[in-house]
Write a protein of this length. Structure first.
Length: 602
């Protein structure tokens, strides 16, 4: 049974059996043809010998009538007997003594020995002739039996070869049918299924079922196609999930970006935080957010502010958290709002249906809490910077008033006291008028300084930036000082801060003011450019110049210029210009490029 299953399940075994069967039939047919041909050789010899015996009978009869020598006749008779008993006739006889061939041969021998041979020995011609015809007739019957026996052998050969040919044709027909049904058709179906699969039809399957090799190949192909189709569906579902996650992540990043931009562009007020909470709740349906802020953790407030979006805003105490509507929901997530290590509050989140948030939703809520903490930190930093700027501006105003107007008023106060003393002494009017002139000059100087201070304090960088402000300043002093100011401002590859622009503009105005009052110049050149990693500003005139031993600290305007250069961490040089005039040069490293070293001021 096992061999039968192996035979049915093996194409090479079936093909080998068919080839072996055809070969066996061909070999058997060839061997049988050769064997029958070899056996037929005895029949031909026997027929030939029997035929020669008929001629010998006629020769003996003729020799007896002719009176041939008795010795010759005896010799011919011995030859006849020898051929009658020769092996050519005896070896074709069968073992069955009752067979017609054996009986015919026995009759021939008996008639020869009993009738013809004695008559031949006696020389009795009449008896020999009387029995010769009967003997010849028996020989003819014997030859006929030999011929039929030979014909039967030939018929056996024909039957064997016909049977072998028939069986061979049947084996070939069965083999062709088996080849068509078990090999060609399955291969064609397998090729068609492969082409469909390659064209993208993952549902292509082979319907052929068998226990042979092609059946195993069909089963393997179907299993492979099933695995690939399942893998393809799995990959499609994973790609869809990843695409959905990426879309959610992209939307979350866009939401965080828009929220950070809106918070960075304006103050972090309750209204802006409400809008941010609303945008997140709209992005995640069912999400409910509450932002609880308690202010400075070092000074805990007695009341909290709870922002639920634009719909609701509450002022509550810390003990009210247990009765909050959000706390009545399940799976609440609380993310701390931290500012530089200090906790300012927390962002509480829960879904309306009570489901726990997913991982990416948790990350989004934490990112929102960090964003709010950063926004509050930036807002506090803005307040601190604004407070520092205010303090600095007040200090500058106080210093300017002290260095200019306060000294002028102190000088006039001394002059008034001097005038009173002279009046009490009764000094002549000429002396009193001289002191009065000095007081009037002091008042004019104080008024001029006051106007300059007002102009300085009101100075702003309008739209157009530093280039526009310097252009307006150059036009102003060209009209006031009656000398042209040639401006050359080269475009910088970076921007200057507002403080740096104000300091540059003030130093330029002070230098141009000195040119208008003291230099007597006919031309002034103002240049702003980048030199290496520094910004350089040059103010040059062709006036009378400065003395080599002058002390800048004794001049109020130059002192202010030096102070502003220190604020810029820069270097200010005031020197003679060749061939004549004054050269004011300022170099400083801008904040955009960083300031690593303190600069000395010349």
């Amino acid at each position: 049974m096992r061999i039968f299953h192996w035979f049915r399940g093996s194409l090479p075994a079936r093909a080998g059996v068919a080839v072996l069967l055809i070969g066996t039939l061909a070999l058997g047919s060839a061997v049988s043809a050769g064997l029958i041909a070899w056996l037929s050789e005895d029949d031909a010899a026997a027929i030939n010998t029997a035929g020669s015996l008929r001629m010998s009978v006629y020769k003996l009869s003729w020799r007896l009538q002719a009176g041939t020598d008795n010795a010759e006749i005896q010799r011919q008779g011995d030859n006849f007997r020898h051929r009658l008993e020769s092996i050519n006739l005896t070896r074709i006889l069968r073992s069955d003594q009752q067979s017609p061939l054996n009986q015919a041969y026995a009759g021939l021998r008996e008639r020869w020995h009993n009738q013809l041979a004695p008559a031949l020995e006696r020389g009795d011609v009449a008896v020999f002739h009387a029995n010769a015809d009967g003997f010849v007739e028996q020989l003819n019957q014997f030859v006929l039996l030999l011929q039929r026996q030979s014909e039967r052998k030939q018929s056996w050969q024909l039957a064997i070869q016909g049977t072998a040919l028939f069986v061979t044709v049947m084996v070939l027909m069965v083999g062709m049918y088996s080849l068509q049904s078990s090999v060609l058709s399955p291969l064609q179906e397998l090729v068609r299924a492969t082409e469909r699969f390659r064209a993208g039809d993952l549902s292509a399957r082979v319907q052929y079922r068998s226990e042979d090799e092609l059946g195993h190949m069909a089963n393997s192909f179907n299993a492979m196609a099933e695995a690939l189709e399942q893998s393809h569906h799995t990959l499609e579902s994973r790609v869809a999930q990843k695409t959905a996650h990426l879309a959610q992540a992209n939307a979350a990043l866009q939401l965080l970006y828009q929220g950070s931009r809106s918070l960075a562009s304006g103050p972090a007020s309750a209204e802006s935080l409400d809008k941010l909470i609303d945008s997140f709740q709209n992005r995640l349906p069912g999400l409910r957010l509450t932002l609880c802020l308690h202010g400075d953790p070092r000074e805990p407030a007695e009341q909290l502010i709870a922002l639920h979006g634009s719909e609701l805003r509450e002022i509550c105490s810390p003990g009210d958290c247990a009765t909050c509507t959000l706390h009545q929901r399940r799976n609440i997530v609380a993310s701390p709002v931290v500012n530089q290590g200090s906790e300012l509050g927390e962002l509480r989140a829960a879904f309306a249906d009570g489901r726990p948030p997913q991982q990416w939703e948790l990350e989004l809520i934490e990112a929102l809490a960090n964003l709010i903490g950063t926004a509050l930190s930036l807002e506090r930093r803005r307040e601190q910077d604004h407070r520092l700027l205010l303090f600095e501006e007040r200090a500058i105003i106080a210093r300017e008033l002290h260095d200019s107007l306060a000294q002028a008023l102190s000088y006039m106060k001394l002059q008034v006291s001097r005038l009173q003393t002279l009046m009490h002494r009764g000094e002549p009017p000429e002396q009193l008028e001289k002191v009065t002139e000095e007081i009037r000059d002091g008042l004019n100087n104080a008024y001029r300084q006051l106007r300059e201070l007002l102009t300085t304090f009101r100075l702003k960088i309008q739209e157009g930036g530093l280039r526009k402000a310097l252009d307006d300043t150059a036009r102003e002093f060209s009209e006031r000082g009656q000398f042209p100011v040639q401006l050359n401002v080269k475009t910088l590859p970076f921007g200057l801060s507002a403080s740096e622009q104000i300091h540059l503009l003030q130093i330029a105005r002070e230098a141009l003011s000195n040119c208008a009052r003291h230099s007597g110049a006919s031309h002034v050149w103002l240049t702003v450019q980048q030199v290496g990693s520094e910004v350089e500003m040059l103010i040059e005139d062709d006036g009378c110049g400065v003395s080599l031993d002058f002390d800048p600290r004794l001049h109020h305007g130059l002192t202010i210029m030096l102070e502003r250069s220190r604020n810029l961490h820069g270097r200010l040089r005031i020197e003679q210009r060749e061939p004549n005039g004054t050269r004011v040069q300022l170099n400083f490293a801008p904040q955009f490029l960083g300031r690593d070293l303190e600069r000395d001021i010349a």
